[in-house]
Design a protein around this ligand. Structure first.
Ligand code: C2E
Ligand code: MG
Ligand code: MG
Length: 537
């Protein structure tokens, strides 16, 4: 159940991360596309405004030339010669539709209409621009009945602007509005283009504006009192930039997917078993249990073997045989051993003080035996906790003795400090017993595969008595592992040797506080004569 639900959780997490990456990537791509589209639209609008301003400045310089010719009132004022001259200027200028002459704010003659029968009073101006041009606005034209034009006044001269001055620059999906401005007074008057509702201050600040459905830009001439507002609808922006938007959205989605795959890969690396284990050791997220070792004759507990326990990230227990070999292969077994020594000494010191003959066994790896650090750590923590080295037994496997000379040296060193050495899983490694002569060992722990067959007809059943015989002839203590039932106990009893036993028949591995209780109960029951607690869990 646990495994199924954790596998489901894992696949849900993978799908979740992929979907999140896809969604975020798509969103980022889409927003990026929109941003790029707006940037592109702003670029287009800036270019459009620039052309408009250039057109306005060009018109202004044409008007300036005309202004130079007719600015003063001369004796020639509105003479046939002057009207003829005004006409030639008018035809030469693309920006001007009519040139008129005024006296006392009344129009007297114009290039288009000639001399008027009587002067016509000009209306009140709408505005006077920053540079002094009077803006009369849209007025009916004398020489073209039914038509209107923008009329400007400069000194004694009036100018009718050509109606299509800017319309040749019209672009699809874009609007423009040309304005005469009076900057100090914050005034604007439209002289060409569409009516676009804008705030004069915004126009004069030459800003850009994003409304719900359009993008607006304002630009002003540096030399004339003219500003231009250009507008592009958002729909047109999106239509124009559909390709950009689609491409960037697809690129964003793909990048999002790739990034989430990278994240998943990094997470799986981080969460791989060796990584998890290493972090667990560093954070002390392992636990220790202690399995009783019992003297078969008296059935008294004479020691405990320290066994490490670990649950992975999903809370599932990992077999020590698996994670211990991972730590060995990945080269951080010394960190595990260090943690086990420190924690077991802390947890068991009180019990060891209380029972001076009790032994605590610690499993150590071949590489631990070969290193000097092990000795230092054992000394440090036994001194710290006030534990006698003779109460500590180190369980080494037959593998550790592969290099006999260096194993012998290390064992000698440990012995000299008082620690005991047990050979663990005896019989499973090098079957030769010769090395037992060479090494000064305190005990052998006979592997449980031999115990299982004890008293049966199996071929291996004969091996156990032989090992027992040799061990005794070498004066070695024997601990038989994996004793699970009474039949095995009976078989061992009939051997007639002093044997220690370890196995479920005498006690499962227990956490430290239960190991203490196990020993206390045993003492109580010995005192009161009650049955012994064989199967404490
Ligand atoms: P081991 O040192 O031979 O430990 C004895 C193993 O036999 C333990 O398995 C114990 O739980 C199990 N066992 C005890 N009595 C019985 C029984 O009656 N029947 C059966 N079937 N099994 C029994 P565990 O705890 O799974 O440990 C497996 C191996 O992992 C250990 O074998 C030892 O080689 C290694 N190990 C455990 N703790 C440590 C540690 O702290 N450091 C190192 N380096 N290795 C450790
Ligand atoms: Mg062991
Ligand atoms: Mg063993």
């Amino acid at each position: 159940m646990h495994t199924v639900s954790s596998a489901r959780k894992k696949s849900l997490r993978v799908i979740g991360i992929l979907l999140l990456g896809l969604a975020l990537g798509t969103l980022a791509g889409f927003l990026g596309g929109l941003y790029a589209a707006v940037q592109a639209a702003q670029f287009v609008l800036r270019d459009y405004s620039f052309q408009m301003i250039r057109q306005a400045d060009d018109a202004a310089s044409q008007i300036e030339i005309i202004q130079h010719a007719f600015s003063r009132i001369t004796p020639d004022f509105c003479s046939d010669a002057e009207i003829a001259s005004m006409r030639s200027y008018m035809y030469a200028s693309s920006a001007v539709k009519d040139i008129g002459r005024m006296r006392d704010s009344s129009l007297v003659c114009s290039a288009g209409a000639g001399r008027l029968p009587s002067p016509v009073a000009m209306p009140t101006p709408l505005m006077v621009s920053t540079h002094g041009t009077v803006v009369y606005g849209m007025l009916p034209l004398y020489f073209a009945p039914g038509q209107k034009g923008i009329v400007l006044g400069i000194h004694s001269m009036d100018i009718v602007l050509a109606p299509f001055l800017f319309s040749s620059l019209k672009r699809d999906g874009m609007d423009y509005m040309v304005l005469m401005v009076n900057a100090p007074r914050h005034q604007i008057v439209r002289i060409a283009g569409a009516q676009i509702p804008v705030d004069p201050n915004w126009v004069l600040s030459q800003g850009s504006l994003r409304t719900r459905d359009a993008l607006l830009l304002s630009r002003c001439s540096r030399i004339n009192s003219v500003c231009v507002v250009t507008r592009e609808s958002r729909k047109i922006i999106q239509d124009h930039n559909e390709f950009l938007l689609t491409t960037l959205t697809i690129v964003g989605a793909s990048l999002g997917l790739i990034i989430s795959l990278i994240v998943l890969f990094a997470l799986s690396l981080r969460r791989s078993l060796p990584q998890q284990l290493r972090r667990a050791i560093r954070r002390g997220r392992l636990a220790l249990v202690y399995q009783p070792i019992v003297d078969l004759e008296t059935e008294r507990c004479v020691g405990f073997e320290t066994l490490v326990r670990w649950r992975d990230r999903d809370g599932l227990p990992v077999a020590p045989a698996i994670f211990v070999s991972i730590a060995e292969e990945r080269g951080f077994i010394d960190e595990l051993t260090h943690w086990v020594i420190r924690r077991s000494f802390q947890e068991m010191s009180e019990l060891l003080h209380k029972h001076p003959d009790l032994e605590l066994s610690i499993n150590i790896a071949p590489s631990d035996l070969a290193s000097q650090i092990l000795l230092d750590r054992l000394d440090t923590y036994s001194a710290l906790e006030g534990i006698e080295p003779r109460q500590i037994a180190l369980e080494i496997t037959e593998r550790s003795t592969a290099d006999l000379a260096s194993a012998s040296r290390a064992i000698h060193e440990l012995h000299s400090r008082g620690y005991k050495i047990h050979i663990d899983d005896f019989g499973t490694g090098f079957s030769s017993l010769s090395y037992l002569h060479e090494l000064t060992i305190d005990a052998i722990k006979i592997d449980r595969s031999f115990t299982r067959t004890a008293g049966t007809d199996s071929v291996t059943a004969t091996i156990l008595p032989q090992i027992l015989f040799i061990a005794h002839s070498l004066n070695l203590q024997v601990i038989v592992e994996g004793v699970e039932n009474d039949a095995q106990v009976e078989f061992l009893r009939t051997r007639g040797h002093v044997i220690r036993v370890q196995g479920w028949r005498f006690g499962r591995p227990l956490p430290a506080h239960l190991a203490t209780r196990y020993l206390d109960q045993q003492q109580d029951q010995e005192f009161y004569g009650a049955p012994r607690p064989h199967l404490v869990r």
